[in-house]
Every structure is written in C-alpha cells, then in structure tokens.
Write a protein that binds this ligand. Structure first.
Ligand code: CU
Length: 156
C-alpha cells in the first residue's frame, strides 16, 4: 500500500499540546488536511515519556478506523504497515512524522480542514501494565501536494 500521508515540506508552527499527565509530553501535533472525498489522512506529533512506556492504541472521533503505522522505503516505493505498539524509551523523544511513524486516520467521517483542531487520544502502557490515555488536540495543516504519485513520494 502506498502511503497517502507522506509529505513534502511542512511549515513548522509553534503549537504545543499540554498533556494532563506529566509523564507524557506531546509536542507539535498536527493532521494533514483532507479534501472532501478523501478517505484517510495522517496525524503526526513528537512524544516523550518520562519513563519507559509503549503506545498501544490511538483513537480519534473524526475517523472510523485509527491505526498506528510506520512508513518504509521498499524497492524505491514508500509503503506503510500497521504496527501494534510503539516503544517510548524513557526520556527519548519519538517522532511521528511523514515517512516514519504516523497515526493513520481512516474511514474519515468528515473532511478535516486547515486550521481545525482534531482530537486524538493515545493510550500508553507502562511496564507494570498500568495504562494512561493522553488527550491531544492536533492542528490541521495544509495538504502540500495533494496528488502525490509513488514516484514523487519516493523522490522526496
Ligand atoms: Cu499510514
């Protein structure tokens, strides 16, 4: 599957989400804008956990299906696959970014427009099996090139 959430240049805005939980810090959350008719898009953020943890689930009310994906280059084509969990080593920032980990919002219930705020909920699990949910508001940003071919994506 070719990743539709792969991006070109993205303008960086200072946008920081404050988590209710001091354990988990989420920075720079954003969602790629989706035009009417588009069925899926990606959400991206930087996340740091104060102690070892694992992201085990992602949810959003704007999408019927939410999965955590990772993009990979295979034979010069950007592909992506679902991953069941993303490790968050203590104190290390993990980047969800185009071409890497992303939160895949599929079966979109409505278009997500630039400037809107999309709620995301991440569930993290600690080694002692305790779980926490982290609420994030992700800002919708411009599409960039909307009609990306696999070749264009591969060139980056
Ligand atoms: Cu994906």
């Amino acid at each position: 599957m070719v990743c539709p959430c792969f991006s070109v240049a993205v303008v960086c805005l200072a946008f920081v989400a404050t988590s209710a939980f001091a354990q988990i810090k989420v920075e720079n959350p954003w969602v790629r804008g989706a035009v009417p008719g588009q069925r899926s898009t990606g959400a991206f953020l930087d996340i740091t956990s104060a102690r070892d943890a694992t992201i085990v689930k992602a949810e959003s009310p704007v999408a019927g299906v939410v999965e955590v994906h990772v993009s990979e280059m295979k034979n010069d084509v950007m592909t992506m696959r679902a991953v069941p969990a993303v490790p968050l080593p203590a104190g290390k920032q993990v980047h969800f970014a185009p071409g890497s980990y992303h939160i895949m919002l599929m079966d979109l219930k409505q278009p997500v427009k630039n400037g809107e705020s999309v709620p995301l909920e991440l569930t993290v699990e600690y080694p002692d099996r305790k779980r926490e949910t982290v609420e994030v508001k992700a800002e919708v940003r411009a599409l960039g090139t909307s009609q990306q071919t696999p070749a264009a994506a591969a060139k980056r």
